[in-house]
Design a protein around this ligand. Structure first.
Ligand SMILES: [Zn+2]
Length: 175
């Protein structure tokens, strides 16, 4: 929230609860409101009114802010691993082995590109199964589709990315 919008927000709040607060306290509330967009100030205001009989303590206020934050703070995309969408693993499919060639099966390999992948250190790495080129294609595709999503969309994006990965058939081992 910008300082200007916040000051508006805070003065409504002070009027509503018939309360004055000094500049130091005001700054603390302002910091606590970081991560809330200007256009969501009204919802935050309504949530405070709905939840607090008295002027909210800083702790109460932080709680209400964090309830609102989930939906409005976009992830910094520079921090997301677009190879695996932060899942740590990347799926791929192998053709069925005769006589079950009609039954392909899905594997998951470790993402070699991020820290989440390190959680699966005993798994085979995706770049051992496929060329780097395939990894780059996955990354490009994920950036195109999920370049700007919010935290609340993260899980859905991982599932959608997984569905696409499963169409990647083959690899260096077996068929
Ligand atoms: Zn990754």
């Amino acid at each position: 929230m910008t300082k200007k919008r916040f000051q508006e927000f805070l003065s409504y709040l002070c009027n509503q609860y018939n309360r004055q607060i000094d500049e130091m306290a005001s700054n603390a509330y302002f910091e606590a409101a970081q991560g809330i967009a200007d256009e969501d100030a009204r919802k935050l205001y309504n949530d405070v009114l709905g939840n607090c009989k008295y002027f909210p303590s800083l702790v109460e206020f932080k709680e209400i802010v964090s309830m609102n934050k989930k939906d409005v703070v976009p992830l910094k995309n520079t921090q997301r691993c677009f190879y695996c969408m932060d899942a740590g693993t990347i799926a791929y499919t192998k053709k069925g082995v005769p006589p079950f060639q009609d039954y392909p099966y899905t594997y998951r390999a470790r993402c070699p590109m991020c820290n989440n992948g390190k959680l699966y250190s005993s798994w085979i790495s995706f770049d051992q199964v496929f060329d780097q080129k395939v990894l780059e294609e996955i990354k490009q595709k994920n950036i195109e589709r999920f370049g700007s999503i919010t935290v609340s969309q993260e899980k859905a994006a991982q599932i959608a990315a997984r569905a696409y990965q499963k169409q990647i058939v083959g690899g260096k081992y077996g068929n």
